[in-house]
Design a protein around this ligand. Structure first.
Ligand code: PPE
Length: 315
């Protein structure tokens, strides 16, 4: 693993905890050849009363939605999956981490038709710090508008968080990095602003927040939903609308949202400064409220946090 992440002790596999090194798949697994997997990304934050998972139920619901879209039989309920997540965090003795629930089509049968391949479900936890670089949360990131578009409606379902979708994300991300940017903003097939390789996007102008609608081929982000709620609480208007590319160039503030990226300011787009070229005041206010709720420093009126029982002390 890279980016300062490291192996933890145990991985949840089909209902049992197995050692990290034993959570393997065969090279003939369907997923290896045809990208047939679905997954989630969730964060557990350290709070004054121990670890707490941010919006666990919503993530596991989206996990089951992704499985349903791809007709992947899933023998677990949302409740069982939530318990698998908290149990795996506790078993690894963690009080803050990134969590990756994953379901793959395994087996050893070749051929596109996936329905004969058994589904294997995993929950993996590891420590994952700043996703878009060390100073990104405060300083903001330099991004580009990708030459790669998001998949058109009716091709790859954007609402499913499926492994195969991330081939599109990889093209955008590699291009951005190669050209000296941290991330790429992709447009949809019609040229409207869509999202980043692993983040949703917000644009601010004259104190109003704008974000792309589901119809612009975005993932229905849970951080995006949290930001809409927080911005509304703080008294800002939020509009879900199709945005032309040039709207990015006249924005006062722009930021990414995502479980891994949290709330990351964008300070330039294609070397054109966003606003003053640094984190803007509204972005900062939303970022601070978001992190305060997630880390248990501010009230949690919507019940976004699920506490994780501490592991018994090891002798
Ligand atoms: N769009 C995409 C394409 C995406 O992958 C993510 C999450 C989001 C939007 C934001 O969704 P949410 O996390 O529910 O707010 N990307 C996950 C995977 C990142 C990775 O590199 O792996 C994440 O942030 O966990």
């Amino acid at each position: 693993m890279s980016r300062g992440t490291g192996a933890t002790d145990l991985i949840w596999r089909n209902g049992t905890l197995v050692p990290w090194d034993e959570a393997n798949l065969h090279v003939m697994s369907h997923v290896v050849h045809y990208g047939s997997s679905i997954f989630e990304g969730i964060r557990c934050y350290k709070t004054p009363t121990g670890g707490a998972v941010f919006r666990l139920r919503e993530h596991m619901r989206r996990f089951l939605d992704s499985a349903k879209i791809y007709r992947m039989p899933m023998p677990y309920t949302v409740e069982q999956l939530c318990e698998a997540v908290t149990g795996t965090i506790t078993a690894n003795g963690l009080d803050q981490c990134y969590i990756r629930p994953l379901a793959v089509r395994a087996g050893q049968e070749m051929g596109v038709l996936p329905t004969g391949a058994p589904v294997e479900t995993f929950v993996i936890c590891w420590r994952w710090g700043a996703y878009l670089g060390h100073d990104a949360l405060e300083q903001g990131v330099d991004v580009t508008v990708s030459s790669w578009r998001r998949a058109a409606p009716g091709t790859f379902p954007a609402m499913a968080k499926a492994g195969g979708n991330y081939l599109n994300s990889q093209l955008s991300k590699m291009e951005a990095k190669q050209d000296g940017y941290v991330e790429g903003i992709m447009l949809d097939v019609h040229g409207h602003v869509s999202e980043g390789s692993g983040e949703n996007l917000f644009v601010i102008r004259d104190g109003v927040l704008y974000t792309a609608p589901l119809a612009a081929s975005i993932l229905n982000g849970i951080t995006r939903d949290a930001v809409v709620a927080i911005a509304t609480d703080l008294g800002y208007e939020v509009r879900e609308v199709l945005m032309p590319r040039e709207f990015l160039l006249i924005a006062d503030e722009v930021f990414f949202t995502g479980t891994a990226a949290e709330i990351t300011p964008v300070r330039s787009i294609d070397r054109s400064a966003v606003g003053d070229g640094k984190r803007g005041p509204i972005t900062r206010a939303i970022q601070e409220r978001f992190l305060a709720i997630a880390t248990g420093q501010a009230p949690d009126p919507r019940g976004w946090l699920t506490p994780v029982p501490a592991a018994p002390k090891r002798s």
